[in-house]
Ligand binder design. Structure first.
Ligand code: NAP
Length: 462
């Protein structure tokens, strides 16, 4: 196909906008602008593609845009922040499925007009990556949405079976490159590749699903990139490669933050298995100091410095606006207020940043783990709101804890600690938290939002 020069230039502009957009997304301050630039890039690419002469049927495209737009708009408004991971999961699947359909359509087209080696190679590779991304993402979505069992599904010699299936797929791919156009083998390739996607994701447990989602995100980019080669579309190649690389970098960041290797996530069958490891692995009675709203308010209200440590419970209780309000009240009283953000707090990357940005907390008040960990020992009160695993000192010193080795926020080093949660229940990793039983810790057993409302009520009396 001959692509007019103007569209090549427009594709290049769109790709540059994508790259600048991605760069701007690296800090919250410029992220909104980054998103806008990337969206403009995408708009340019769509308009230019629609102007290409090979578009045969604009009616079908308009119907697709209308249906997709309605579903996307509805999802953006209705889906709760805590359900974002599964939404991203299903969108990755659609990306992979789209690439799969493009490759299948091109396969049947070339079956009529004849294949070149480049066509057959790019088509079969797109089929494999697209199918694995589609079915794997659907299983990931099902697990996160509670439609499929979240615990790892394992059976004997699982990795060996997956390897056998992968070798069979490779054999079919080589066959279809050497003698392209064999429809029965092509159909078997699609079905077995879909099965491989399912088999790769079922042994991965709930705790690791967000890592898998970012990995599938990377695959969906690669599938798009491969589809770009099938169609000879430069923009699809560049944008797919960008998504693939960004998804992979995110996967590495998440693995590092959880102290897991990617191989261990994919082949380790580690899940959200609830365990009841004793506090710090010690025997003996564990004493909890339960606080009243007055105790908590007095401690916070007269503190010179306070660090808020948000976690998953902040998201479920939607306490972010009230926490921001409390921070304002404290600052007016002369308190130094900061927020400590752990990279895996909550249930998706950037979860806490998004929630606090929604409550208009200034970005310069948010501190990443490495930037704040040394401040805790100089801080009067650390207020933990619905966080658990990311504060668990067992990660430092209990070698058989599932959290062992994960970098944590040094909350236990603060002069006093207030923990707001509803009970002594463990967090995602399913392990007890020795922080609850420290002498300097007060447990304020409440729903996150309710707790802050009570403190806000009480602080007026100080
Ligand atoms: P967490 O360890 O899962 O603990 C959350 C705590 O919030 C629970 O102990 C729960 O205790 C409390 N909670 C729930 N609902 C609440 C409510 N309405 N009000 C107050 N508290 C409430 O959370 P985290 O410290 O944020 O750690 C995140 C965990 O998820 C880590 O293990 C991390 O590895 C994992 N993870 C995160 C990501 C990510 O991308 N962010 C990815 C993969 C895995 P109660 O039931 O007693 O209230």
């Amino acid at each position: 196909m001959d692509i007019p020069v103007y569209s090549l230039v427009a594709y290049l502009v769109a790709a540059v906008l994508f790259i600048i957009g991605l760069m701007r997304m690296s800090t919250p301050r410029t992220a909104r602008m980054g998103n806008t630039l990337a969206a403009i890039g995408m708009l340019i690419a769509i308009v230019i593609t629609l102007l290409l002469k090979e578009v045969l049927n604009y009616t079908m495209i308009l119907i697709g845009i209308a249906i997709g737009g309605i579903i996307g708009g509805f999802a953006a408004r209705k889906v709760k922040m805590t359900a974002m991971p599964q939404m991203v999961g299903i969108y990755n699947g659609f990306g992979g499925g789209g690439s799969l359909l493009i490759a299948a359509a091109e396969f049947f087209r070339y079956t009529d007009v004849g294949f070149t080696t480049q066509n057959s190679v790019t088509i079969v590779i797109t089929i494999l990556i697209g199918a694995v991304t589609f079915s794997g993402s659907m299983i990931a979505f099902g697990k996160l949405q509670g439609l499929v069992k979240a615990r790892p599904i394992t059976y004997p010699m699982q990795n060996i079976w997956n390897l056998v299936i992968f070798v069979a797929i490779l054999a079919m791919i080589i066959y279809l490159i050497v003698s392209p156009g064999n429809i029965p083998i092509f159909i078997v390739l699609v079905v077995v590749s879909l099965a491989l996607g399912v088999l790769l994701v079922i042994p991965i447990g709930g705790a690791d699903m967000p890592v898998v989602i970012s990995l599938l995100n990377s695959y969906s980019g690669l599938a798009g990139c491969a589809a770009g080669f099938v169609l000879g579309n430069m923009f699809l190649i560049i944008s797919g490669a960008l998504v693939g690389a960004a998804g992979f970098i995110l996967t590495r960041i998440m693995c590092k933050a959880m102290n897991r290797s990617l191989g261990n996530v994919i082949f380790g069958a580690f899940g959200a298995v609830v365990q009841t490891v004793g506090a710090a692995g010690e025997e003996g009675e564990k004493v909890v100091r339960e606080a009243t709203p007055e105790d908590v308010t007095t401690l916070i209200g007269y503190a010179k410095s306070v660090i808020f440590v948000p976690g998953y419970g902040l998201a479920t209780s939607q306490a972010q606006h009230h926490v921001a309000e409390l921070a304002n009240v404290l600052e007016k009283r002369g308190t130094d207020v900061k927020y400590a953000i752990h990279p895996v707090a909550g249930r998706m990357p950037g979860h806490m940043n998004v929630l606090l940005a929604e409550a208009n907390v200034p970005y310069d008040k948010l501190y990443a783990l490495d930037d704040i960990n040394n401040d805790f020992e100089r801080t009067d009160v650390a207020v933990v709101i619905g966080a658990n695993d990311v504060t668990n000192p067992a990660a430092r010193n209990i070698a058989d804890s599932p959290l062992y080795g994960m970098p944590i926020l040094n909350v236990d080093k603060a002069k006093s600690v207030i923990i707001i949660k509803r009970s002594l229940s463990p967090g995602f990793a399913g392990v007890d938290n020795p922080l609850f039983y420290m002498e300097k810790t007060m447990m304020f057993f409440r729903d996150g939002k309710q707790a802050i409302i009570e403190i806000l009520d009480e602080i007026k009396n100080l």
